[in-house]
Structures are given as structure tokens and as C-alpha cells.
Design a protein around this ligand. Structure first.
Ligand code: CO8
Length: 264
């Protein structure tokens, strides 16, 4: 996979690393980058040998940046309907990450602003460097978030905290982001790659079927009433119960050996 202009694709230990690579614009998400992201995660979803992914920002040669937002220069050339299409493209690309059926870890190494924070929020687990800068500064540009920020941020941190970030446009650091539940772990900047990789590699080694169904239950259950979510969980339990892996997992425990899961 080397056909991307705006992404780096690296595979190691069953983990895919996707790095946003637009050094001149602090890894801002141009529409070409979003199309590549969508394609990358559709390919990742089909690769049985890759069990988890990490999304991060490539070295910019300047300040560290996960992604400094949507591409402001590109947006400035657009009119109403083109901006709507840009917003839909971003949502589609981020949805390809959220629904890829395998865990995706965001390794937030620097600026995660606007569309960059929205990208991080579409990932399933977020690790941030303590020095990272996170925020939704759209209001300072006279616009609103368009890649899911008005929807995912309140779901993650609650309405009041989300509204303060959205309406002030203020940035916070990784430690503050951890305190409000916007990131799941905060680490020293020089440990981020190692911590993100070891977490992703551990998740990649687990049962592919159970992994997919847990993601499915949590993501599809999130917006349902509890009773519907519980019914969904039981239905998915029925699905996992019909697989070869359930026999392997239970037998391996009883035989005191490590299970070998086949993903079927
Ligand atoms: N888009 C395009 N270029 C950018 C962006 C961006 N988001 N961010 C930085 N750059 C460019 C700068 O223009 C600059 O280019 P050049 O060297 O050619 O002048 C280069 O990257 C370096 O940036 P700075 O010189 O500004 O670097 P600083 O270290 O001084 O500042 C900041 C770093 C604080 C990150 C600053 O660059 C900044 O504020 N960037 C913009 C952050 C922002 O507002 N992001 C939100 C964008 S809007 C958005 O994401 C909406 C998403 C939904 C859109 C829906 C579609 C309609």
C-alpha cells in the first residue's frame, strides 16, 4: 500500500499505522486526504492479517501535529453546496474508521484541532501526548464543526463541557483533555508511539469475531434505549455462540492452554 499522496501506511505486528502526511499544512485534512483515509480504512477492514490500527500525524518538520483541522485554504475557495459536500465527505471518511470492525487507536501527537479532533473522536480509543493541543476552534473562523464534532464531542464529554469548548473555540492540552474524558490516556510525548503500538498490538491479538461483535454492540447500542441495547447484546451473543472461535476459547480455558482463534 504505497499509493497515497497524503498518508503513510505502515504495517507491524498485525497493526496498521496510518499517518496523516501533509507537512506543509500541519497535516490539515484536505478533501484528497479524506478520500484517501476513506479508501485506506475500507482496505484495512478487508485485511484479515491486520487486527488493529493506529492513526497519528506524520512528522511535519515544524511543530508536532496530529491534524490541524480541515484545510482552511481549500474551504476558502468553496461555496455553500461544495462546503456541504466537503462536510459529508469528512463524515463519510471518519465513519469508515468508526465502522471498520476493528479497534482504531488515535495517537494524538500534537495539534488536534477542528477536523483533526473530529478525526480523533471517530477512533475508538484516544491516547494523547501531554503536550498535545485539542480543540474545536471553528467558531473563531465563523464556521461550525462539520466532520461530526457537534455530535461526537457532547457524547464523549457531556453537553456542558462540549458546549464550552465549541462556543469558546479554546484549545486544551492532553492532560486537561484526559481530565474531561476526551482522551482515554495521557502519556509523555516521547512515549506515545510505543504506548499506542503496544496497546494496538495487544488488541490485534484477540479473537477477531469477538472483537468485531464487541465494537458492534457498543457502537450500535450507544444511541438506543437500554432495553434495546441489551436485546442487541443477546442477539450478538447468539452470533458469537455459533462460531468455531467460541468452542476454541472455552476449550482452551478448560484445557489450560492458549486459544488459537481463526476468526470464524
Ligand atoms: N488548513 C490549512 N493550512 C493550515 C492549517 C489548516 N487547518 N493549519 C495550519 N496550516 C498551515 C498554515 O497556513 C501555515 O502555512 P504557511 O507556512 O504556508 O503559511 C503552516 O500550516 C504552519 O502553520 P502556522 O504558521 O500557523 O503555525 P503556528 O505554529 O504558528 O500555529 C496553529 C499552529 C495554532 C495550529 C495554527 O496553524 C492554526 O491555528 N491553524 C488552524 C487551526 C484551525 O482553525 N483548525 C480548524 C479548521 S476548520 C475545521 O477543521 C472544520 C472541520 C469541518 C469542515 C467541514 C467542511 C465544510
Amino acid at each position: 500500500m504505497s499509493s497515497f499522496e497524503n498518508l503513510l501506511w505502515e504495517e507491524k505486528d498485525g497493526v496498521l499505522w496510518v499517518s496523516i502526511h501533509r507537512p506543509r499544512a500541519l497535516n490539515a485534512l484536505s478533501s484528497a486526504t479524506l478520500k484517501e483515509l476513506e479508501g485506506a480504512f475500507r482496505s484495512f477492514a478487508e485485511r484479515e492479517d491486520l487486527g488493529a490500527a493506529v492513526v497519528t500525524g506524520a512528522d511535519t518538520g515544524k511543530k508536532p501535529s496530529f491534524a490541524a483541522g480541515a484545510d482552511i485554504a481549500e474551504m476558502a475557495e468553496m461555496t455553500g453546496l461544495a462546503l456541504r459536500a466537503y462536510s459529508r465527505l469528512g463524515q463519510r471518511a471518519l465513519d469508515a474508521i468508526a465502522t471498520c470492525g476493528k479497534p482504531v487507536v488515535a495517537a494524538i501527537n500534537g495539534f488536534a484541532l477542528g477536523g483533526g479532533l473530529e478525526l480523533a473522536m471517530a477512533c475508538h480509543i484516544r491516547l494523547a501526548a501531554d503536550s498535545a493541543r485539542l480543540g474545536q476552534p471553528e467558531i473563531n473562523l465563523g464556521i461550525i464543526p462539520g466532520f461530526g464534532g457537534t455530535q461526537r464531542l457532547p457524547r464523549l464529554v457531556g453537553q456542558g463541557v462540549a458546549l464550552e469548548l465549541l462556543l469558546s473555540g479554546d484549545n486544551i492540552d492532553g492532560t486537561q483533555a484526559h481530565r474531561i474524558g476526551l482522551v482515554d490516556r495521557v502519556v509523555a510525548a516521547d512515549e506515545l508511539v510505543e504506548k499506542a503500538h503496544s496497546l494496538a498490538a495487544r488488541l490485534a491479538s484477540k479473537s477477531p469475531v469477538a472483537r468485531r461483535l464487541i465494537l458492534d454492540a457498543v457502537l450500535r447500542g450507544e444511541d438506543r434505549p437500554l432495553a434495546d441495547g441489551l436485546a442487541l447484546e443477546s442477539d450478538l451473543f447468539g452470533v458469537v455462540g455459533a462460531t468455531e472461535d467460541v468452542r476454541e476459547g472455552l476449550s482452551a480455558f478448560l484445557e489450560k492452554r492458549k486459544p488459537t482463534f481463526k476468526g470464524r
